[in-house]
Design a protein around this ligand. Structure first.
Ligand SMILES: *Cc1c(COP(=O)(O)O)cnc(C)c1O
Length: 420
């Protein structure tokens, strides 16, 4: 048996920081990162031989749980027929037809391999078709790691944001305005002053990268209104939201139609696959029809597409959404009832199968609220639950996910472990 300490020590000698994506290093909670050997359903088996109930689910990608029999079989069958050709395949047409039929704002969709790429392309389209360079994003919403969106709120609304990583040209920050989530007054002010320069307003409809934060009623509809007023495109980044709460997008729940949408995570069925799509009038500006360049060696490869298509077919057949909502609600109720009666310093935010235990007594409506959380208390909560056999996202500012493979017992036992 291998210890996680020894694996991490080896990793640090050959992988920067020992990890291939920063949050996995456990900087948000301390301690040695976990290594996984295998997964099945709601459980993962660690390299040091423990079995954990997984509430991270590869950041939500594994909505059917790990190693779902039908998905595994689909991947095996496709692998035998070839994994990538760099030539068109029928299955990518079927998949695009499926996405366009289920998501109302999609008339065209282009497949890529990561959410980061999808957002990068959406922003390029917005800039190209408007001939403008500036964008509005919301503090605490995550849109992948491309230059324009690695920007956080700066000193003043109209001065643009602050770069959150070295290596990004300084001017990028001044082209990205960062506004508090749910703050329509700030958006209105920006549009009034700078509306003619704005190419796009980009938002996670349900924010799930500062912990779970719901949009206020009317927030998204008002963004649609502001985008129309100044001639900017409205982009919904539904990389987490898409196919999470229903067999479509949060746009359809909010009844707001964005010009462009990005999808990822769930739609790849556990393989690297994401998409950017929207109105034909914008999407057809992409090369080869239009002049906006975008490409990818593995884009739409049949292996990832087969896994993604099968995932959506299963979601369509089984309609797990009412059950996920029920499990999520019961989890939140158990935690919040106990928190109120025992005076625990936390509150569980929940929507569908997504949740965050916020260590603050106050409601969380934006990043500033989320930052008031006691992150030390979260770290302790994380490690206590890890010891009790539960894997949570290793940061206060992420969300937990319930998959269709989680049993009522999994969720009930977890809720009890949280409030014990
Ligand atoms: C995960 C995520 C991304 C980035 O997707 P990757 O596949 O990790 O590049 C973009 N937007 C949102 C909302 C996400 O949650």
């Amino acid at each position: 048996m291998k210890t996680h300490e020894s694996l991490f020590e080896r990793a640090c000698k050959v992988i920067p920081g020992g990890v291939n994506s920063p949050v996995r290093a456990f900087n948000g909670v301390g301690g040695t990162p976990v290594y996984v050997e295998s997964g099945k359903g709601s459980k993962i088996r660690t390299a040091d031989g423990r079995t954990l109930t997984d509430f991270c689910c590869s950041w939500g990608a594994m909505i059917l749980g790990h190693a779902n029999v039908e998905i595994v079989e689909t991947i095996q069958k496709q692998a035998e027929k070839g994994t990538t050709f760099g030539i068109n395949t029928e299955i990518e047409v079927v998949f695009a037809e499926k996405l366009c039929s289920l998501v109302p704002c999609l008339e065209r969709v282009r497949l890529v391999s990561s959410g980061t790429e999808a957002v990068m392309t959406a922003l390029r389209i917005a800039r190209a078709v408007t001939g403008r360079k500036r964008i509005i994003k919301f503090d605490g919403c995550y849109h992948g790691h491309s230059d324009s969106v690695l920007v956080s709120a700066g000193s003043g609304l109209l001065t643009g944001g602050t770069l959150t990583s070295p290596g990004i040209p300084r001017h990028v920050a001044s082209d990205t305005y960062v506004v508090p989530y749910n703050d329509l007054k700030a958006v209105n002010e920006l549009i009034r002053e700078k509306g003619q320069e704005i190419a796009a307003i980009i938002v996670e409809p349900v924010a799930a990268n500062m912990g779970l934060v719901m949009p206020d009623p009317g927030f998204l509809a008002k963004l649609r209104h502001y985008a129309d007023r100044c001639g900017a495109l409205l982009i919904f980044d539904e990389v987490i939201n898409g196919f999470r709460f229903n067999l479509s997008s949060y746009a359809s729940i909010a009844e707001v139609k964005p010009d462009l949408m990005t999808l990822g995570k769930i739609i790849g069925g556990g393989l690297p696959l994401a998409a950017v799509g929207g109105a034909a009038v914008f999407m057809d500006e992409l090369a080869p029809r239009g002049k906006i360049y975008q490409a990818g060696t593995l884009s739409g490869n049949p292996l990832a597409v087969a896994a993604g298509l099968k995932t959506i077919e299963i979601l369509e057949r089984d309609d797990p959404y009412p059950r996920l909502e029920q499990l999520g609600r019961r989890l939140a109720e158990t935690i919040n009832t106990a928190a109120a009666s025992k005076g625990l310093p936390c509150r569980c935010a929940q929507y569908g199968g997504v949740f965050t235990v916020f260590f603050t007594g106050q409601p969380v409506r934006n990043l500033a609220d989320a930052k008031k959380c006691d992150t030390q208390a979260y770290a302790q909560h994380f490690h206590t639950l890890l010891n009790r056999g539960y894997y949570l996202p290793p940061s206060q500012f992420e969300v937990g996910f319930i998959s269709t493979a989680h049993s009522e017992e999994d969720v009930a036992a977890f809720a009890q472990a949280v409030v014990k």
